[in-house]
Design a protein around this ligand. Structure first.
Ligand SMILES: [Zn+2]
Ligand SMILES: [Zn+2]
Length: 108
């Protein structure tokens, strides 16, 4: 860590640098530097490195989520459609709740 003591963070001019980013070669403080794949790298370079795959993954995930959501709605709709169909296909007396009522009225 010799030689770093005189270096200041690129983002924080008042803070002492603790590490040097191997990607951009700038010095950064503890807050601005992160570990990534066993390497000490600045957040800016980390963003640059992870930007493309992350957005792709996120885009894919969002597409997957939308697809799942759509599928869920479709399944729910299908379920209620089947439920409605089964209710309609039931005898009208049962559907209207008069099946049990008719017992009393028929025994006149
Ligand atoms: Zn960097
Ligand atoms: Zn900093």
């Amino acid at each position: 860590m010799n030689g770093l003591t005189h270096q200041r963070c690129l983002n924080h001019s008042v803070r002492e640098a603790v590490a040097r980013c191997p990607e951009c070669g700038h010095f950064f403080c503890r807050e601005c530097i992160t570990e990534h794949d066993d390497r000490v790298i600045c957040t800016a370079c980390l963003k640059k490195l992870t930007k493309v795959p992350l957005t792709q993954r996120r885009g894919f995930a969002s597409v997957l989520r939308v697809a799942q959501c759509g599928l869920g709605i479709l399944l729910a709709w299908f379920f209620f459609y089947l439920l409605g169909e089964s209710l309609v296909s039931l005898p009208n007396s049962f559907h209207e709740g008069t099946l049990w009522k008719s017992h009393g009225s028929d025994e006149e």
